[in-house]
Design a protein around this ligand. Structure first.
Ligand code: AMP
Ligand code: MN
Ligand code: MN
Ligand code: MN
Length: 278
């Protein structure tokens, strides 16, 4: 099997490595091709493409779009997108624009919990207002010793249902899929095992994703436990989705899996990269 890893982050969103450093790491780890899939931005793609060429690995353009579906936040990855697509660029801009206001509300909640000054510190880590994510808050909370590590920051404050969580309206599923399709890309439902959906809601989501133009789901991902792979293999077979594989890598020490260091996709599935790799 080709070693394709189609879900990775850089400093353009909440990753720790620059796009170039990520491609260099991919080359060291022997991947055949990497996709850069930053949250709601394609800002890192140009640098990543040049770096991939330099280090001699394949590159797939990508993005991971934040979506609000009912009460649930979903992530939809777009692969093989045209970075010059105007509808995609405008759509992503509108999603990013919501991040600053949400970050202010999150910081207010942390202040009320006795942890002041997080907005400025998280902004410093993120480097720009519309890039600010919970990950930057988590890193700051760990840095200042308010929690043991970033995971503990989510578990204690930032995850849904915790005291500093701020509900937010991201893109609609229809818009996210539409922007990806308009940019000539393949819409992939990211880490479907992460959403905690009950069987009926799960079926409804998979059907509407498919009917809107969704074509693939992540099956082997750093965000699934290995024992979940078989569940999502069966779902891909049942619904006729292609399958994707990606570490969801965020940086050294922060991710369970390094780029390309995942098991291969189950042989019964059609890898999403057959669309453009051969
Ligand atoms: P945001 O888009 O600002 O809500 O941040 C979402 C990012 O936070 C995800 O892409 C993950 O990198 C990280 N994240 C979300 N939930 C958790 C969690 N429970 N534990 C660790 N990291 C998480
Ligand atoms: Mn992330
Ligand atoms: Mn995600
Ligand atoms: Mn991700």
């Amino acid at each position: 099997m080709d070693n394709f890893d189609l879900h990775n982050h850089s400093t353009a969103s909440d990753g720790l490595l620059t796009p170039s450093q990520l491609m260099e790491l991919g080359a060291r780890l022997g991947v055949d091709a990497l996709a850069l899939t930053d949250h709601d931005t394609i800002e890192g793609l140009e640098e990543a493409a040049a770096a991939a060429k330099r280090v001699g690995i394949g590159f797939v353009t990508g993005v991971e779009i934040s979506v609000t579906w009912g009460e649930t936040t979903l992530h939809v990855v777009g692969l093989g997108i045209d970075p010059d697509s105007a509808p995609l660029r405008q759509g992503l801009q509108s999603v990013r624009d919501g991040r600053w206001g949400r970050a202010q509300l999150m910081a207010d909640k942390l202040t009320a919990l006795g942890i002041p000054g997080t907005l400025e510190a998280a902004l410093e880590l993120a480097g720009s207002e519309n890039r600010l994510s919970r990950t930057h808050f988590a890193r700051h909370l760990a840095d200042r010793g308010a929690v043991r590590d970033t995971q503990a920051a989510f578990d204690k404050y930032l995850a849904k249902g915790k005291n500093a969580f701020v509900a937010h309206q991201w893109a609609t599923l229809e818009d996210a899929v539409g922007w990806i399709v308009a940019a000539g890309g393949i819409p992939v439902l990211a880490h479907p095992g992460r959403y905690g959906l009950k069987p009926l809601a799960r079926a409804t989501l998979l059907e509407s994703f498919k009917s809107l133009g969704g074509e693939a789901i992540e099956v082997v991902t750093g965000s699934h436990r290995p024992e979940e792979y078989a569940t999502w293999r069966r779902v891909a077979e049942e619904y006729g989705f292609m399958a994707s594989r990606g570490a969801d890598y965020h940086g050294p020490g922060e991710s369970p899996v390094e780029p390309g260091r995942l098991p291969p996709l189950p042989a019964t599935l059609t890898p999403v990269w057959t669309r453009w790799a051969h």
